[in-house]
Design a protein around this ligand. Structure first.
Ligand code: FAD
Length: 367
């Protein structure tokens, strides 16, 4: 199965289209809960629904586009967190291309996006062989590899960071499906279908259109930190799914009238809505960041990370208490979703994110 099939976009608006793909992903969730699995058919379905290229339009629509993207990410995350992770990486790459791409990059890459090619963002380096770029004229050649790369073996246009003497640059090498990827180290308890692994990029030659931005652009604030809201939107979708599964279980088991169960359902609903509100505001703030509000935006998204992480972790605990042993038994979807969400919640430097958010609040009387 290839993810670059040409397809006719459906006429559905983005949110119903995303829900339709999410429903298909939900149905295949148990089958894809295996090492080395990947939601390839769902990526094709996203392309046929027009959702692989649509972010290019949403990125031009300011807050309205960000709200659409937030809804779509949340809907897809509810159907499948691995699919949501992979789609979020694709959207991240499109955002960087939209913000930093010049004529050579757009001419090369936009037709690929419209044809349904899967992109991703791979930043994490293997300490033993961190990726670097040797410049050759207007192009260059890559040395080294990346690890913890979602969609390894499937993403055909990863946006990867590569060191140069002037600082890290972004490059978009062309890969063929199945080549250079090693998924053997991805033995995580959850997110098994995200195909997160190592990719050897050594020796790949790059043209001018495959090199993006200037050294240091990838980590430039407020864009780098504030973009984390998209990951939170996917996680919020997972939270919504968990609450929905809890409801189905309690009602089905005739345990929905119990006071303790209701108290936990209330806590879960509060956690979900809290996450939604943080994500919604973070998405709107990040859509068109003002220069003098950059620090406030970064702090807001860092605090949003804490809100979603705590709410989701607490929700997993509450749901497991409410459902009991059945929720820890395969193939119950709550068992898989708890593993997927628990794994996906592990994002870089959560303590630092909270501390820097707190430092901003402490510096702002009346925050
Ligand atoms: C499903 C999944 C898919 C992923 N896909 C990709 C991808 O496509 N591309 C990519 O680039 N990456 C990807 N990653 C990797 C991701 O970006 C992070 O690198 C990874 O999740 C970091 O998790 P961690 O818990 O090891 O973080 P850490 O930052 O190591 O945090 C672990 C703990 O250590 C603390 N800590 C952090 N730094 C310090 C320090 N200096 N001193 C003391 N304590 C510290 C943290 O606060 C936390 O308590 C993926 C991760 C997951 C889970």
């Amino acid at each position: 199965m290839t993810v670059t099939l040409p397809g006719r976009p459906t006429a559905l608006p983005p949110l119903p289209a995303a829900r339709q793909v999410a429903e298909a992903a939900r149905r295949r969730g148990a089958a894809l809960d295996a090492d080395g699995a990947f939601p390839d058919q769902e990526i094709v379905a996203l392309h046929h629904a027009g959702l692989m290229a649509a972010p290019l339009d949403w990125l031009r629509q300011g807050e309205a586009g960000a709200a659409t993207l937030a809804g779509v990410l949340c809907a897809i995350g509810a159907g499948s967190l691995p699919l949501g992770r992979v789609y979020e990486g694709h959207v991240n790459a499109l955002g960087l291309l939209h913000r930093l791409g010049g004529a050579p990059q757009r001419a090369l890459l936009e037709p690929e996006i419209r044809a349904g090619r899967l992109f991703g963002v791979w930043n994490t380096d293997d300490r033993a062989a961190p990726l670097r770029l040797e410049r050759r004229g207007t192009g260059g050649i890559l040395r080294g590899r990346k690890i913890l790369a979602s969609g390894a073996g499937w993403v055909e246009r990863p946006l990867v960071t590569a060191a140069t003497p002037e600082g890290a640059v972004m490059v978009l090498p062309h890969l063929r499906q199945g080549e250079r990827a090693d998924l053997s180290s991805w033995q995580a308890s959850g997110m098994r279908a995200s195909a997160t692994g190592a990719v050897d990029l050594d020796g790949i030659e790059l043209s001018e259109g495959e090199i993006l931005g200037a050294p240091g652009d990838y980590l430039r604030q407020p864009y780098f930190s504030s973009g984390h809201w998209r990951c939170l939107a996917v996680q919020t979708g997972g939270m919504a799914e968990l609450l929905s599964l809890l409801r189905t279980h309690l009602v089905g088991a005739g345990r929905d009238g119990d006071a303790q169960q209701r108290a936990r359902v209330a806590d879960c609903a509060i956690a979900l809505e809290t996450a939604r509100l943080w994500v919604d505001r973070a998405a709107r703030m990040a859509a068109e960041p003002l220069e003098d509000e950059a620090e406030a935006l970064v702090a807001y998204v860092n605090l949003a990370r804490g809100a979603v992480e705590r709410g989701a972790a607490r929700m997993i605990e509450d749901v497991q208490r409410s459902v009991g042993l059945a929720g820890l038994m395969r193939p119950h979807p709550i068992e898989r979703l708890s593993r997927d969400l628990g794994t996906y919640l592990r994002q870089p430097a959560p303590d630092y994110a909270l501390q820097s958010g707190a430092a901003h609040v402490l510096g702002q009387p009346g925050w």
